[in-house]
Design a protein around this ligand. Sequence first.
Ligand code: NAI
Ligand code: MG
Length: 495
Amino acid sequence: MEVQLTAPNGKTWTQPLGLFINNEFVPSSNGQKITTINPTTEEEICSVYAATAEDVDKAVAAARKAFKDPSWRKLSGTERGALLNKLADLIEQHQELIATIETLDNGKPYSAALNEDLADVISVFRYYAGFADKNFGQVIDAGPDKFAYTVKEPIGVCGQIIPWNYPMDMAAWKLGPALCCGNTVVLKLAEQTPLSMLYTAQLIKEAGFPPGVVNIINGHGREAGAALVQHPDVDKIAFTGSTATGKEVMKMAAGTMKNVTLETGGKSPLIIFDDADLDLAVKWSHIGIMSNQGQICTATSRILVHEKIYDQFLTKFKAQVQSISVLGDPFEPSTFQGPQVTKAQYERVLSYIRSGQEEGATIALGGEPAPQKGKGFFVAPTVFTNVKPHMKIFREEIFGPCVAVVAFSTEEEAIQLANDTTYGLGSAIFTRDLVRAHRVAREIEAGMVWINSSNDSDFRIPFGGVKQSGIGRELGEPALASYCNIKAIHVNMAT
Ligand code: NAI
Ligand code: MG
């Protein structure tokens, strides 16, 4: 059920391999496993048990039992907050090791895993710990004959399905508000990156959460994921991943009319007006698409630049990519970009690059595999010019270090291009004109607008999309609404 692992940075640990159900690690019912790969070396790390539908049943039963059990149900918000704070403290104590596991399994630079992902995870748990006793109902004045009030109740057993790009953060964004509100959870990890959260499962037990409150399973999407979404005893599904899978999830959840929140794909625009601080725009344009190997749902993957400053921007942007996007061993402090997470993603990104070429776009930079010492799923950071709105590289989520740069001439045209997408997740605007910034922000069809930055998301600020980028919000106070039912209680005061 466990294996000893050592990472290139010398850290050694005992890696759990089981399904975490009722605060214990157990094998899958038929013994099936999934092998997880180190994308930097293409070598196997270990094989992790993968849940069958029968295992999903067991996990859901554990979550249901825990939901009814007084050891969880009768806790006050204050007590739930204390558990979440304890968990945050434990993760903080183990953060270097968890970041190491993440870098090994996912390929993201260790510095980012530690200073960005783990820092966010700890903040998210503390944030929702604070909310646990400050999330209550209202008294509603309906005249002297009626006393009415509302109570916020947990939804019940929540199925949570997360992707591989931010394994720890995606788990925290879902567990934090769910536990804050008193729900119980079955969390299905992405089969490509199960190791960091399986390690963290032990800390959930150590923090004192009763058995069954948090169950964590690795498994295939079509098997364990689908079983969870269709399970009649699951009350809610929260999903992050591709838009195509999100639509499947919504259909399957309709069977028992589950409460659903979805956070799916994006093709987010970044608009640079001719009065922008160009160096600032260059800096954030790079961060907005090249961070995390381009594997970010809110990545600003379409850069729209005013024609007057287009050439100047392109020259500076290419220089920025060349100087900052250092590829290499993700454990090296100088590395900015590691490998894509899997061979499948690497090939998918390369096929988009070919499609861009075939459709007539120009590769201004990159556009090819970039193995390091002959190994790894590395893709050179790629900049496309001469991109037309009908091209796939303008329309579809590539989820890699690839960006399309397009010129515009008027504000209307910029807005039209920005909104010419089925997605509506992130967006960014660069201008020094305050009035224009706010005017354009209102016109953009997106859940989030960054003015003079990109992708500097924050746990206190709601995150989510419109159009085919999702339903509902994570993070901030609005996430609580995704994990509570409101019960209205009417008291007749008339005689
Ligand atoms: P995916 O959406 O298929 O997988 C995400 C999660 O859903 C995983 O845990 C997976 O096991 C689960 N899943 C898959 N099929 C399922 C099903 N039928 N029922 C229930 N759960 C299911 O994404 P995948 O295949 O890993 O990546 C493909 C593309 O999706 C990427 O290239 C990218 O464009 C997009 N993507 C977007 C993400 C985002 O944050 N918006 C995250 C990951 C992928
Ligand atoms: Mg892996």
